[in-house]
Design a protein around this ligand. Structure first.
Ligand SMILES: [Zn+2]
Length: 262
């Protein structure tokens, strides 16, 4: 008899297996990144076909397979339908799905982090679905990036030099140096020795990112209503470049749609 199990999972992408069936890539609360067969999902009247669309969260009953598991039943928990009615929301949600797929397929995460990543992914899709502007979608994407990388052990240190550990310059009207090579902020003394692939980040932006890192994704920070488009674009570009450097892979979604550069 086939072994079965249940899990909650959010769809990251799907692709055809043959004329009738699809493969779904999902992030599940219990098993992390999973691939499974959705039988018959390409038939016109298939209920499963609707459940395997990107970003939908389902409660699944699964059959364990030798190579691939099979979805036996899917009951949607949240379709995040308002993501699909807006191109910006789709773009940022796809970027997030691609990141989770990239990082988690490299086994950067461990079993204990599955639930935390699942909850963060669920929350960010819920927030992006219900937000009313492109700015809010960017803000929640930045929050997601900061928290996701922190769960994986790549949280940014906003207070100390990543090389000598000395406290960083925090004067509100000055800037700090960030090294993509070292993956952290560096003090002015160390910056002399690492002149390559560094950028200057204004301390007000650093303070904003720091505030986001210590607040929960769903919490409103004192900066949320104050930030403008330029700051949000800069923060997103910065977090994206930091992330690209970690994966050594430029994320495909934004190759086309990238509108800003640092
Ligand atoms: Zn230093």
């Amino acid at each position: 008899m086939k072994k079965t199990f249940t899990t909650d999972a959010i769809n990251l992408k799907n692709y055809p297996l043959n004329d009738n069936d699809s493969i779904v890539v999902m992030f599940s609360r219990e098993k992390g990144l999973m691939r499974a067969v959705a039988k018959g999902s390409k038939r016109p009247k298939s209920k499963l076909g609707a459940r395997i669309q990107m970003f939908i969260a389902n409660k699944l009953m699964m059959f364990e397979g030798r190579n691939l598991d099979t979805i036996s039943e899917a009951q949607s928990l949240n379709t995040f339908s308002r993501i699909r009615s807006d191109l910006d929301k789709i773009t940022y949600s796809m970027y997030i799905a691609e990141l989770v797929n990239t990082f988690c397929s490299k086994n950067y995460n461990n079993d204990e982090s599955y639930q935390e990543i699942y909850d963060l992914l669920y929350k960010v899709y819920d927030k992006i679905a219900s937000c009313n502007s492109r700015q809010e979608a960017i803000l929640y994407s930045i929050k997601f990036l900061i928290h996701f990388l922190s769960i994986l052990g790549w949280g940014l240190d906003f207070s100390c030099c990543s090389t000598c550990q000395k406290p960083l310059n925090a004067k509100q009207d000055e800037s700090s140096v960030f090294s993509f090579e070292l993956g952290g902020f560096i003090c002015n003394d160390c910056a002399v020795n690492h002149p390559y692939n560094t950028i200057k980040i204004h301390n007000k932006i650093k303070a904003f990112l720091c505030e986001l890192s210590i607040s929960k994704l769903e919490e409103k920070t004192k900066y949320d209503d104050l930030v403008n488009d330029v700051v949000l674009e800069k923060c997103f570009s910065f977090m994206k470049k930091y992330t690209d450097n970690l994966t050594n892979k430029r994320t495909k979604v934004f190759e086309v749609l990238s509108r800003s550069a640092i």
